[in-house]
Design a protein. Structure first.
Length: 353
């Protein structure tokens, strides 16, 4: 183990601790990190010496702020094979976490976005802190809420999943608990105590129950969730039958929150809004594995299209925050183009190993 490794591992008693170790890049995931963590989890699932896994981020700013969008951008502009392999490896890793047979405990201390959601939300325990900032902002870069968003977002209470997936709204600890993104809240200063307590726990019986007892014994109340005050309006507006109907409902609400939310949606890629709306409606009916197969198809369509590269350019490359979407409006998004995102890829479809 060296300080330069992208992921660090240590055993603390019978608990394996994973540290995402790219703090200058907000611990964003690379292709190598996805492959490496997937292989480790496969081994730990079968290792009787490993009772549970904890995953954390290095540095003070982020748990994990997403995937390596620069590499995806470069691949999308040229040979797309790297982007294809990145999404394949990432989604297989997400699949491994979802099906992991032991407690998988994510310490969500700092920014949790995109790929960081994928390495946390599918685990058994997700611990928010006062530093947590959660979002799925993909529609702002011409993508869609992936890494299992198709599965977990539609299963949040009411229309919260559609709201979060379309708008990319940011949640802090209390709202993460309210929405079900986090299972517990703990002050960040207590996280080392939690790791120590888990390492010292009695794992001889039911492992999930043991983890729950330890975490529950240290957990604290995060306070009132601001999202609760908006819940009725969110459910009214974001349960509509199309993105256009959602925009109309927000306009009809007429208050400052609704106007700001509508304005935010109008900045997002129209194609992404259409694709994401359908993705989340379909994901509500799919099991996790089929949802991930669908997401892989969507990812490859986005890599081959215009808006994702343009969105990354505007947000990360030039940083002008002025993407030029094609098409520019929801009315111009062709239904056949949306359908094409969901088309099977034949022998290139995602499989799980």
């Amino acid at each position: 183990m060296t300080g330069e490794a992208e992921i660090l591992y240590r055993m603390q008693g019978p608990v394996a601790v994973v540290t995402l170790n790219r703090p200058k890049a907000l611990n964003a995931l690379t292709l190598a990190m996805c492959r490496e963590l997937d292989a480790k989890l496969a081994a730990w699932a079968k290792d009787p010496a490993v009772a549970a896994v904890i995953i954390e981020g290095a540095g003070e700013r982020a748990f994990c702020a997403g995937g390596d969008v620069m590499a995806i951008y470069d691949s999308g502009r040229g040979d797309r094979r790297m982007a294809a392999e990145f999404f394949r490896a990432e989604y297989r890793m997400n699949h491994r976490i979802f099906h992991f047979p032991k407690p998988y405990i994510a310490l969500l201390d700092g920014i949790v976005m995109g790929g960081g959601v994928g390495v946390s939300v599918h685990g058994s325990h997700r611990i928010a802190t006062e530093n947590t900032l959660f979002a799925m902002p993909e529609t702002s870069i011409g993508l869609f809420p992936d890494v299992g968003g198709s599965y977990f977002l539609p299963r949040l209470p009411g229309a919260l999943g559609m709201f979060l997936g379309l708008t990319g709204s940011r949640l802090k600890a209390a709202d993460c608990r309210y929405a079900g993104v986090a299972t517990h809240h703990l002050e960040s200063s207590r996280l080392p105590d939690l790791v120590d307590a888990l390492a010292d726990a009695d794992w001889s019986g039911d492992a999930a129950a043991a983890a729950g007892r330890v975490i529950g014994g240290l957990a604290a109340d995060p306070g009132e969730p601001p999202l609760a005050a908006r819940r009725a309006a969110i459910d009214r507006c974001f349960s509509r039958e199309s993105p256009e109907a959602i925009l109309a409902a927000l306009e009809a609400e007429g208050d400052d929150w609704a106007e700001a939310t509508r304005a935010e949606l109008l900045k997002r890629s129209p194609t992404s809004l259409k694709v994401t709306f359908r993705q989340l409606r379909e994901g509500a009916k799919l099991d996790f594995d089929r949802a991930m197969v669908m997401e892989y198809r969507l990812s490859q369509a986005c890599v081959a299209g215009h808006d994702m590269l343009e969105g990354i350019r505007a947000a990360v490359i030039d940083k002008d925050r002025k993407p030029v979407w094609q098409p520019a409006t929801l009315a111009e998004v062709d239904a056949a183009a949306v359908d094409a995102h969901f088309a099977p890829l034949g022998e290139n479809d995602l499989t799980f190993v």
